[in-house]
Design a protein around this ligand. Structure first.
Ligand code: XUL
Ligand code: CO
Length: 438
């Protein structure tokens, strides 16, 4: 096992806190909230890429973090060190899950066959560490955006050979995820989009993406993977126009290609806001399309127009999202994945703990506030009350599909209908929410 984090004791719950800040003040894994432990509501995961495979470089600067497993080649020794350090970290933190891309956990491959054998070696190590620590896999994915072969996309590439290479990579990553007991498999269309219509045939590219995802779904059934396949929407970055813009766009795309029963979505807070939506809008949109799957809980920065991947630190922003998730019955195979990265100056091993402790406490606080909102009931009753007309016989008849436009028009004429509008009472409800989250 790794010694990198050895001066950090396992993080405990201590409501009064601890002088070094290395304890949870709110997240108490076994505490029962609305009938089940916090751990099972939140299903939190640590990601391998930002924490263990990213050295803290940005477009202007070199790696900043000096992790021993990142200083040289990505060879057998450094890869083993990376995996061991990650499991040591997650175990000390006390998160139940992790997530990875194939290339986060393996040595740099020379070619496709080498990719297969190095991934298999990585799988053995992941599997042993999972068994020793009890940490489970929330989801796996393939990195189809980093290598220069994917400059013009993977499934949407103009070259079918690159499509084929991507198919091989996804097959390997999906089967690895399956063997490791992963609960979901994610496809984020990193470079499935375009820069200019001068060189892009959008209709063809969307057909290619539809075909690719059908192949993935077929293979999922063939190997008996019973987790969810998840698409992660994002509006732009790295490409100017990403095809999986937001949840509604993905839902329409899935229907066009007959995939609406095969895929759900992995919603990322930061991607929602980049698309000009609130986070809760994207959750509501997924629920409305029967496509809610999992969440990447990293936030953006309102002053910066890109994906800053910050740890959540404001529970109030997360109360309404949490209420929507709880009302819908909570996660099934999904969870809250910290697809989050440290700020570049946070170079101490402790910083990664502080970051996750803050994020986990923020989610726990949001969960407790959502419990209050649900138990109080007034907010949800007020919302339902707005629609009470639809519970009447007349309302139900309209929705049953047994009335025509003419029936409705005749009825309206006969009664010379003159309905009055009702107040939406938004400010009253905002005050009520504020009162509840005091
Ligand atoms: C990129 C992003 C990815 C996906 C997995 O913005 O969110 O890390 O979550 O490929
Ligand atoms: Co993400």
């Amino acid at each position: 096992m790794s010694t990198y984090f050895e001066d950090i004791s396992p993080i405990q719950f201590a409501s009064e806190g601890s002088p070094d800040g290395l304890s949870f003040r709110v997240y108490d894994a076994d505490r029962i909230v609305l009938g089940k432990p916090m751990r099972d509501h939140l299903r939190m995961a640590v990601c391998m890429w930002h924490n263990f495979a990213w050295g803290g470089h940005d477009i202007f600067g070199d790696p900043a973090f000096e992790r021993p497993w990142l200083t040289g080649q990505w060879d057998e020794a450094s890869n083993a060190m990376r995996i061991d350090a990650a499991f040591d970290f997650i175990k000390r933190l006390g998160a139940p899950f992790y997530t990875f891309h194939d290339l986060d956990v393996m040595e740099t491959p020379d070619d496709l066959r080498d990719h297969a054998s190095k991934l298999a070696k990585a799988e053995d190590r992941l599997s042993s560490r999972m068994e020793e620590t009890g940490i489970k896999l929330l989801w796996g994915t393939a990195n189809l955006f980093g290598h220069r072969r994917y400059l013009a996309g993977a499934a949407t590439n103009p070259d079918p050979e690159i499509f084929t290479y991507a198919a091989a990579q996804v097959r390997l990553a999906l089967e690895t995820t399956h063997r490791l007991g992963g609960e979901n498999y994610v496809l984020w269309g990193g470079r499935e989009g375009y820069e200019s219509l001068l060189n892009t045939d959008m209709t063809r590219e969307l057909d290619q993406l539809g075909r690719f995802l059908n192949l993935v779904a077929e293979h999922k059934h063939k190997i008996g993977f019973d987790g969810l396949l998840l698409i992660e929407p994002k509006p732009q970055e790295p490409t100017k126009h990403q095809y999986d813009y937001d949840v509604a766009t993905v839902a329409g795309f899935l229907r066009k290609y007959g995939l609406e029963n095969e895929f759900a979505v992995n919603i990322e807070t930061n991607h929602a806001t980049l698309a000009g939506h609130s986070f809760e809008h994207e959750i509501a949109s997924a629920l409305a399309n029967d496509a809610f799957g999992s969440i990447d809980i990293n936030r953006g920065d309102p002053q910066l127009g890109w994906d800053t991947d910050q740890y959540p630190n404001n529970a109030l922003d997360l109360v309404l999202p949490m209420v929507l998730i709880l009302e819908a019955g909570g996660f099934t195979t999904g969870g809250f994945n910290f697809d989050t990265k440290l700020r570049r100056q946070s170079i101490d091993p402790h910083d990664m703990f502080h970051a996750h402790i803050g994020g986990m406490d923020t989610l726990a606080r949001a969960l407790l506030l959502a419990e209050k909102v649900i138990e109080d009931g007034r907010l949800l009753e007020a919302r339902d009350e707005r629609y009470s007309g639809w519970q009447t016989e007349k309302g139900q008849e309209i929705m049953s599909g047994n009335t025509s436009l003419q029936d409705l028009a005749d009825d309206a004429m006969e009664r010379n209908l003159s309905p009055s509008p009702a107040s939406g009472r938004q400010e009253r409800l905002e005050n009520l929410l504020n009162e509840l989250v005091q």
